[in-house]
Design a protein around this ligand. Sequence first.
Ligand code: AMP
Ligand code: MG
Length: 331
Amino acid sequence: METKVLPVNEQSLGLAKEIIESGGAVAFPTETVYGLGADAFNTAAVENIFKIKGRPNDNPLIVHVHKDYDISSLVSDIPKYAVKLAEAYLPGPLTMVYKSFGKVSPAVSCGLDTLAIRIPAHSDAQKFLKYLDKPIAAPSANISKHVSPVTAEHVYFDLNGNVPLILDGGKSEGGIESTVLDCTGEIPVILRSGLITREMIAEIAGDCGEYVLKEGEKVKSPGMKYKHYSPRCKTKFFSSDELDKAIAEYKKNNIAGVCTYILCDDETAKIAAVDNVLNLGKNGEEIASNLYLKLRDGEKKAQLIIAVAPKEQDGVMKGVMNRLTKACKDV
Ligand code: AMP
Ligand code: MG
C-alpha cells in the first residue's frame, strides 16, 4: 500500500475520514507523540491497529476525542476531582480512566470494564478529531516496543507501506506519552507518569496516588509490564553517580571499534566532554521533548548507546526516567 504524508487541510481531512469510515488507520500528530487512529466503535478497525503495530493483545488503547465531545455518553461515575482536573489541564497530555459504558468496541480496552480517554491539545489533532466527530482509538504510531514517533518521518520509517495516510503536524513538542490517571477510585492514581505531574494533579484534586505493582498482583495498566521505547542498537544504562564507569565503557567500546554514543543531559555532557554525545538538554521539559528524537537519531549512527540518568528525577523527570529505563535498561 502507498503511504501518503500530507499536511492537515480540508483535502487530507476528507481522505482521513474516508479511510477511518471504511475501517482503516490514519496516523496523526498530537502534542505528546504521533498516534495511529482507528474508529473505536469498529472492532475490525481496532484489531487492525494491534496487527499493524505488532502490539500485544492485552495492552489496551486510549480513545481520543475532540474538546467538545460529550464523554458522558462513553463513561460513567465521573468523580468531582476529575471534572476539576479536566477544567485545569484539558485539552492536554493527560489521559483519564473511567468506568466504561461498553459503547466502544471491547477490543479497545482488551476486555477491561474501564476506558481511557484523552483530549489532545495539538491543533491538528483537534481538527482531525472534530472532522471525524467520533472516538478514535489510538496507540503511538510506531512498531510495538520501538521508540515512539515524534515526527511524521519517524512514523513513515516504522509504518511505510502499512498505513495509507500520515497527517504531518510537525514535531510533537511534549515528546513523551500522556500521563495516564485512574479516575475510578476516591482519589486519582497515576498509572503512567508524564508531563502532567503528580504535584500538578494533587494541587487541583487535593491528593494523588501513584500505582506500584505488587508482586503476584494483576497489573492495572497492562502497558506497564512491557519493554518499550527501545532503539534498534545495543544500549547500556548508568545512574547519575556512575559517570566515570559510563565514560570508561564509552572509551573501551570506541577503541574496540564499536561506534558508541553517550546519551545524557547537558550538565553531564559538559562534564563528560566526549566527542559522541546525544545531548538531551537542560531541564525536564526540554529533556522530555528531546528524548525520543535523540534515541531515534542515535540508533541511526550508533552501535551502542550508553544512557546516563540525569540527576534531577522529580516532576516531569519522573516520566522521562520511566521511558529512559524501559528503553535502555535490561529489566
Ligand atoms: P500507548 O497507546 O502505547 O500510549 O499506551 C496506552 C497506555 O494506556 C498503556 O500503558 C495502557 O496500559 C494504558 N491504558 C489504556 N487503557 C487503559 C485502561 N482502560 N485502564 C488502564 N490503563 C489503560
Ligand atoms: Mg506506545
